[in-house]
Design a protein around this ligand. Structure first.
Ligand SMILES: Nc1ncnc2c1ncn2[C@@H]1O[C@H](COP(=O)(O)OP(=O)(O)OP(=O)(O)O)[C@@H](O)[C@H]1O
Length: 357
């Protein structure tokens, strides 16, 4: 084993960092990783003393590491945060029920309060029921749209003023690439922001923005963090998966490719007309929306009436108002991106999902 590459360290190297390729010992790896997250928090001004933050906890590696690191740094640097875990139970047997067990263990181990909000209580539908009705095609669209709103609702119930998610550098690079491939200029302009959310919206912050997925997995292993690892049972091959595989190949050739892509997204300048979306409130549920009725309410209407085209139509043609819907009759443009599906399905291709949850 080679010695740790950090100055003044005499330990043996045990890991090669994904981010910069340096071979380091366990202690230095952990310190560098935490320092990176702390730097992002400070430079991007993610938190203010007294913030009540809801950490989106799915039980997966990213959010498990996120919760652990934010808590550790809050204690170490005295950020003055009041931290809660927030889990959304989509109602997927053999997937979310298992991952919620991991969150429950984290709750006990980290001593953080946990709030679980389910699709069933919010919408009267579980994803298992949705798939039973509509099949697997497009189901990620429902899941993503419902999750975005559920996270907001959950944060509201907790009284949180910020929502914190585990999006990492690999996620961001994939998103930049997909937005370029789709020519989605508006999303390209905001997809790498460490803080997203418009006026009147709960800010969503991403402290792991510059952390490589590889390093997140190493960190979890070195700290013996328990997390759940299984793909969603309803996630088919997706556009995002292709982007992910492509980036993994690039990373093998040139690890900096991930940061370069994130940097490209950050530096791209977008004309104001292309990047702005007028926000209003859904006339049914009051949730913020770029259309008179939010995407979640439209999808629910489709589920409840058995007309699964509602909220799903990809063609921009005028939509017939329904009995319960006295809106403009316009076919709604997709809500702002919601990577609820983790970008796992065809909703990506329609621009319904992808980046910031
Ligand atoms: N069911 C959920 N409940 C709470 N938060 C969630 C949930 N699903 C996703 N999130 C939040 O959104 C982030 C990105 O979600 P995504 O689906 O891309 O998962 P991921 O990259 O596999 O992350 P993780 O490893 O944390 O599951 C997660 O890190 C987490 O903070």
């Amino acid at each position: 084993m080679k010695p740790c590459e950090l100055e003044n360290c005499e330990e043996k190297a045990v890991i090669k960092r994904g981010k910069d390729g340096r071979a380091v010992c366990k202690k230095c790896f952990i310190e560098l990783f935490e320092q990176d997250v702390h730097d992002t928090i400070v430079k991007e001004k993610l938190f203010t003393r007294g913030d009540k933050v809801a950490i989106g906890a799915s039980g997966g590696k990213d959010s498990t590491v996120l919760a652990y690191v934010v808590k550790t740094l809050n204690d170490k640097y005295d950020y003055g945060l009041n931290i809660f875990l927030l889990s959304i139970d989509e109602g997927i047997k053999g997937y979310r029920d298992d991952s919620l067990e991991a969150v429950e263990k984290n709750r006990i181990e980290y001593g953080l309060p946990l709030k679980i909000v389910s699709y069933e209580e919010l919408y009267g539908w579980t994803m298992d029921k949705v798939v039973e009705n509509i099949g697997k095609k497009n189901n990620c669209t429902y899941c993503g749209v419902f999750r975005r709103k559920a996270l907001d609702r959950g944060a509201e119930l907790i009284g949180a003023n910020k929502l914190v998610t585990g999006h990492n550098a690999d996620d961001m690079a994939e998103t930049v690439l997909m937005n370029i491939l789709r020519g989605d200029v508006a999303r390209l302009g905001r997809c790498t922001n460490a803080i997203t959310g418009d006026e009147n919206e709960l800010p969503r912050v991403k402290p792991l923005k510059f952390c490589f997925e590889k390093d997140i997995v190493f960190y979890a292993r070195l700290q013996n963090l328990e997390y759940f690892y299984t793909e969603c049972v309803y996630a088919p091959n997706s556009y995002r998966n292709f982007a992910r595989n492509y980036i993994k190949q690039l990373e093998r050739l040139q690890p900096r490719a991930i940061l370069d892509l994130v940097h490209s997204g950050e530096t791209v300048a977008i004309r104001k007309e292309a990047s702005t979306q007028i926000q209003t409130n859904c006339t049914r549920c009051g949730y913020m929306s770029s259309q008179p009725i939010c995407k979640a309410c439209l999808l629910l209407e489709g589920l409840n009436t058995g007309n699964y085209q509602i909220g799903n139509s990809s063609k921009k043609k005028p939509r017939e108002p329904t009995e319960t819907n006295s809106v403009t009759g316009e076919n709604p443009a997709p809500e702002k991106s919601t990577s609820g599906c983790g970008g796992q399905c065809a909703c990506e291709a329609k621009g319904l999902s992808g980046l910031s949850i």
